[in-house]
Design a protein around this ligand. Structure first.
Ligand SMILES: O=c1ccn([C@@H]2O[C@H](COP(=O)(O)O)[C@@H](O)[C@H]2O)c(=O)[nH]1
Length: 282
């Protein structure tokens, strides 16, 4: 029986620090690395990131969109990257942000969360905006296979508030949509030790979140550090007492230092050190 994702992630965070580095092969980054914006460039880019970082960071997060744009050959590179990253000791969070009615969600779950699937990943980002209940097939399959989910709750982009801060008239407690997602996740993770496998995406860019109950007993994936303007030193003010559950994500902020493997490692180590200092001081 595979150990649940939440437990595996907690151990990895304790051992390697909580940093998650994104594998985001933007066209502009391929060019900056001296690579062609084609499948060969994509493959070289991804292989380099995995070689540089899979042995030292807790989590790698491939952004599926940048692989999908090359069609089936891009997906083949993604499969290989996931396999190699996991073999080298990193947990892989597939950032594909899937969400659909339950019957279709079941197929997405089979794609990323079934242990025999070519794209099996330790966790998957999902969108709950067809209703949290529509994610049930993914929750169930993740549990069965020792995998996890990261549910979009309060995203890092400035446009997210129009949906996520909307207050549901049916909600007696007057919670907004983001808070409702956090409450669902807290229920999902209740009683799990050392932490549950069902995390929330909560942007590091969002400023003071003290009006939200972030104690979901699960991981908080926090994109927005680096290119989107947040810094590791923002984490305690944003996440308060929940800061030790935060998995801060940096993509372009690290990747822009490639293609040199040593420079990528140095950039990642600098973020990891700053994150550790910020969390320890909190
Ligand atoms: O709220 C969200 C959810 C996901 N993302 C993704 O994270 C990375 C961020 O990349 P940077 O280069 O560090 O800005 C990217 O893959 C996004 O799609 C997010 O930014 N915000």
């Amino acid at each position: 029986m595979t150990e649940p994702f939440g437990a595996r992630l907690r151990h990895a965070m304790d051992e390697r620090g909580p940093l998650c580095v994104g594998i985001d092969p933007h066209s502009a980054l391929l060019t900056a690395w001296g690579l062609n914006d084609d499948v060969a460039g994509l493959e070289r880019f991804s292989r380099t990131v995995v070689e540089a970082l899979a042995g030292r960071v807790a989590v790698l997060k491939p952004q599926s969109a940048f692989f999908e744009r090359f069609g089936s050959r891009g997906i083949a590179v993604l499969e290989k990257s996931v396999e190699e990253a996991r073999a080298a000791g990193a947990l892989v969070v597939m950032d594909a942000k899937r969400g659909d009615i339950g019957s279709t969600m079941a197929a997405y779950a089979e794609t990323f969360l079934h242990k025999d699937a070519p794209l099996f990943s330790d966790a998957l980002t999902v969108s709950p905006y067809l209703g949290y209940g529509s994610l049930k097939p993914a929750v169930d399959l993740a549990r069965e296979n020792g995998a996890g989910l990261f549910v979009l709750a309060l995203t890092s982009n400035p446009e997210g508030g129009e949906v996520q801060h909307a207050v549901r008239t049916q909600d007696a407690a007057g919670r907004d949509v983001g808070a409702t997602m956090l409450a669902h996740l807290a229920a999902e993770n209740a009683g799990e030790e050392p932490m549950g496998s069902f995390g929330a995406v909560v942007g590091a860019t969002l400023g003071d979140l003290s009006s939200y109950d972030l104690r979901i007993n699960g991981p908080l994936l926090a994109p927005g550090i680096g290119a989107q303007g947040a810094t590791p030193s923002d984490l305690p003010a944003v996440f308060g007492a929940a800061v030790r559950h935060v998995v801060p994500n940096v993509s372009r902020g690290v990747l822009r230092h490639g293609p040199d493997v040593v420079a990528l490692r140095d950039a990642s180590d600098r973020f990891a050190d700053e994150i550790r200092d910020a969390v320890e001081a909190a």
